[in-house]
Design a protein around this ligand. Structure first.
Ligand SMILES: Nc1ncnc2c1ncn2[C@@H]1O[C@H](COP(=O)(O)OP(=O)(O)O)[C@@H](O)[C@H]1O
Ligand SMILES: [Mg+2]
Length: 508
């Protein structure tokens, strides 16, 4: 018997990529008029499930019922025609077109004559109605990431989507933007539409969803009415074990200022100044968290400190020595360690083995280097010791490091940096994209550095993480410091306002 309250039903869905089972016996029911959270760790199969529903992938096996009828969407266009649309983790807008033009793109109405003014009116009205304000005449490249996301959602509403799939939408939003999006989601559900909300953040799932389905290792491990679900139980389902992420202890001694950044300016990629006069100190044994929406100067600030880009003015001092103009190698010698955002590429050499990667930074010093000869046996021995010590899993002798999972790559990278006994550790989004188990390990490594007396600069867009690890927090906005405060005074709301450039409101 078909259940008329169901919008979509997945029965025993399988989907593999090159032998890797991304979805393995997935069961999922979506009702009309609900916000349904899809909760799971990285790699759990959430995006795959969503992409099947959105017509991007075809399942290998299993049944897919759309409003009670077995259905196959061959393409995203098919799905959209049936009323199913998805906002992908990586947006797909055309950046040279305006908001209104993007809405019209591929739209059936476009064949008929519809004026630019009409289009813009439609876009504006829809935006107002659903709490998704954007300037319809703006070109996509001029918009913030949050605004681009609104355009993606408007695009689906413009096509009268009945089922909206939002894949990790809050990952790129400030807390306030996320709250606004939640209101929009509730509004859509109240109109009888269905919203699939993908997230690995429990508090968001608790707040906005009616029901939740949990995926782990590609398979459905549970589901519940959200109101009845304890966060602890959901976490256990998601991870497969009890787990609490480590946080810093408040009582803690700090040393002298180890890293001093004084009125530093750094150029951006397009000749514009990306860091516009930033000053701060980090003491030994202290974690300074740098927050901000991506693209507000974080990357260039890190480059300026580690030597990847020389500041155009200002000074960087490490342990009393002016290192502003030193090369990366000389800064490493002075005790500056760096964990970049892209692990493969900037951090690790993808084609080398794990052992070789672990030795990469120390190779110019004994015992690795005897004159010009690199002692291969030393590389190997040390590498193996560290692999064990840092619990780096999946290493196969002789095979390149790029075959490791994200979490293990990150452990390797951090192991290499902290084994140099740095004075200053700069880490950018060190747990981004990692599962909870690996996140735990990486957080413990960062906190161990703090305990050892290293000055840690933690640059991250993940506010939960910043608040869990930092002693003080500084907010970047358009290349300048929008605010700074001890962690005790930092709330997601206050940081969010500063991240969005509202200094005054944040102060009250
Ligand atoms: N296009 C693809 N090609 C190869 N492997 C993929 C592809 N998409 C997903 N996978 C793999 O399938 C698994 C599930 O991925 P995904 O659905 O993206 O998980 P999630 O969205 O929950 O993080 C992962 O192991 C991932 O590496
Ligand atoms: Mg995903």
């Amino acid at each position: 018997m078909a259940d008329s309250t169901l919008a979509v039903e997945f029965r025993n869905i399988d989907k593999a990529f090159y032998g890797v089972k991304a979805n393995d016996n997935v069961n999922f029911q979506l009702r009309k008029g609900e916000v349904h959270a899809l909760l799971g760790e990285n790699g759990a199969g959430k995006s795959t499930l969503c992409s099947i529903l959105a017509g991007l992938y075809r399942p290998d096996a299993g049944e897919f019922l759309f409003e009670g009828t077995p259905t196959v969407f061959k393409t995203p266009k098919d799905a959209l025609a049936a009323g199913v649309g998805m906002v992908y983790q990586h947006f797909r807008l055309v950046s040279n077109l305006t908001v209104a033009e993007n809405l019209a793109l591929g739209h059936p109405k476009l064949g008929m004559s519809i004026s630019q003014a009409e289009l813009e009116d439609d876009a504006r009205q829809l935006g107002e109605e659903y709490g998704l304000p954007v300037d319809p005449a703006a070109r996509i490249w001029q918009l913030s990431v949050g605004e681009q996301q609104r355009v993606e959602i408007l695009k689906l509403l413009y096509r009268q989507a009945k089922i909206l799939i939002l894949d990790e939408p809050t990952a790129v939003l400030t807390p306030q933007e996320a709250q606004q999006l939640f209101k929009t989601m509730r509004q859509l559900a109240s109109e009888g539409r269905s919203v699939i909300f993908v997230s690995h953040k429990l508090h968001e799932v608790k707040q906005v969803s009616d029901r939740v389905t949990v995926l782990r290792d590609g398979t459905t491990v549970g589901g519940a009415d959200t109101a009845d679900a304890e966060p602890r139980d959901l976490a256990r389902m998601m991870v497969g074990r009890d787990l609490e992420l480590p946080t810093r202890d408040a009582q803690h001694d700090v040393g002298d200022a180890m890293l001093i950044v004084d009125d530093v300016r750094v150029a951006g990629d397009r000749g514009l100044e990306a860091v516009r006069g930033i000053s701060f100190e980090v003491r030994g044994g202290e974690v300074l968290g740098i927050s901000g929406v991506s693209g507000n100067g974080q990357r260039e600030l890190a480059y300026g400190i580690v030597g990847l880009r020389t500041p155009t003015s200002g000074t960087v001092t490490v342990d009393g020595e002016d290192v502003t103009s030193l090369s990366v190698a000389d800064k490493i010698d002075r005790g500056v360690a760096y964990v970049p955002q892209s692990r493969l590429g900037m951090g690790l050499a993808p084609g080398l083995t794990t052992e070789d990667n672990l030795g990469l930074k120390a190779y110019r010093k004994p015992p690795y280097s005897k004159g010009l000869m690199l002692a291969a046996s030393v590389f190997k021995e040390r590498g193996q010791k560290w692999i064990e010590k840092y619990d780096i899993r999946g290493v196969r002798p002789g095979l390149p490091i790029r075959l490791l999972s994200g979490g293990n790559l990150q452990k390797a990278l951090l192991a290499r940096e902290v084994e140099l006994n740095p004075k200053v550790l700069i880490a950018r989004s060190p747990t981004r994209g990692l599962d909870v188990g690996a996140t735990e390990a990486v957080r413990n490594l960062v906190l161990a550095e703090r305990a050892k007396g290293t000055a840690v600069l933690l640059i991250s867009e993940d506010l939960d993480e910043l608040l869990a690890l930092s002693d003080r927090v500084l907010v970047l906005y358009e290349g300048q410091v929008a605010g700074r405060m001890p962690a005790e005074e930092a709330t997601p709301e206050r940081l969010g306002l500063l991240m969005a450039g509202h200094k005054e409101e944040a102060a009250t």
